[in-house]
Design a protein around this ligand. Structure first.
Ligand code: TYD
Length: 208
């Protein structure tokens, strides 16, 4: 049986993750590799209910700590109910956002500190780190412009430009610190086809 792997996709809002996820799916299908596509917050009934609370523009009063704990709660359920079982079946799990989103959005952009976010998430994830993480890097102005073209902004997309700039820099920082072992930065400003070539290279170990 194939070994299960956890692949996560990260980046600023509107960086083109969804388009590339579709391509990755097609590639896995072409190689007849069993996979599961899922997302955070969400991926389970409980997680999708938490997602509604997190992204609703009605809850502008949400404290940063509440936000961080809700993301971690969604993740705790997701790992136990969906991700771990799929990995045990030998599937490739593609997850649209995971741990690194919390490090960057809550730890850095919301100023809660990386240490506390690591602490609550290590327990929430039951220690399950991704095997590879693709970080789609795009200037926040361009990211928001693309996001606004496709839908009305959710609670996080409605944040000020300065917030998105910090998110962007947070991802750059994580990628630099990692030194290319787990996190692969992807230049999402390039045309779709060129981005795909980068993505394909970063994930070649799955199908070669
Ligand atoms: P979503 O619409 O899925 O964003 P995208 O399409 O850009 O991936 O909304 C998820 C939002 O939640 C996104 O703005 C990032 C944010 N988020 C966090 O702040 N912390 C987290 O741990 C996760 C998983 C997401």
């Amino acid at each position: 049986m194939m070994q299960g792997r956890l692949i996560t996709l990260e980046g600023v809002d509107g960086a083109g993750k969804s388009t590339q996820l579709l391509r990755i799916e097609q590639e896995l299908k072409a190689h007849r590799i069993p996979y599961l596509l899922t997302r955070e917050p969400g991926g389970t009934s409980i997680g999708e209910a938490i997602r509604k609370v997190l992204l609703s523009p009605d809850f502008g009063e949400m404290a940063p700590e509440t936000e961080a704990l809700l993301y971690a709660a969604s993740r705790a359920q997701h790992v136990r109910e969906v991700i771990r079982p799929a990995l045990q079946e030998g599937r490739i799990v593609l997850c649209d956002r995971y741990y690194d989103s919390s490090l960057v959005y809550q730890g850095i952009a919301r100023h809660l500190g990386i240490d506390w976010i690591k602490y609550i998430n290590e327990r929430a994830m039951d220690g399950l780190m991704p095997d590879r993480t693709l970080v789609f890097l795009l200037s926040p102005a361009e990211g928001l412009r693309r996001a606004q073209q496709s839908h009305t902004p959710d609670r996080l997309e409605g944040e000020k430009m300065a917030f998105h700039q910090v998110v962007y820099e947070g991802y750059v920082h994580l990628a630099q610190q990692d030194g290319g072992n787990r996190i692969v930065p992807i230049d999402a400003a390039k045309p779709v086809e060129e981005v795909w070539q980068e993505v394909k290279k970063a994930l070649a170990f799955l199908w070669e």
